[in-house]
Design a protein. Sequence first.
Length: 186
Amino acid sequence: MRKLGAHYAGRELGRISEREVFDYLIHLRVVQKLRPSTLNQAVVALRMFFRDFAGLTWVLWEQFTIRRDHPLPVVLTRRETRQHLRTVRSGRFRAVLTLIYHCGLRVGEAVAIKPGHIDKGRGILRIVNGKRGKMREVPISTTMIKKLRQYWCFHRNPRWLLPGVGRGWKERTRSLSRAMGRPASP
């Protein structure tokens, strides 16, 4: 509010019009080049004063939009991904992480996969309860299907493809570390 008062020096804050507040916000965005988060702080303070304290119902608060910066995600190369996956010692963790990367799954989607969700003939993995409860299908390679089958043969959980603690992963006597092509830890 102090900065708005300084911008319109010599004017009472209560006498500043909606158009002038809008122009001030444009000045902050264009001339001062404020970051979206900083600009948002100014909007919240001004809105609280003019709408909540002064009782002015301006359409400005619906019209002025703040474009947020959305940086692009960092994408690992195939080589970097292989290096990271090699550092994972546990076969069950390597299995789930490999599948997540291979099919572009969310963690919750990956751990909810059942053996019947894989359509080997079409090369499709069916995600039954994805984001917002939606079903979708994603491609899966025959190589990945073979790796998952090899992993499943070690735990043979009848319900889950990637069983976790409490889902029958430890009942098997053979090491799950060998299931994804890695010797068991001593």
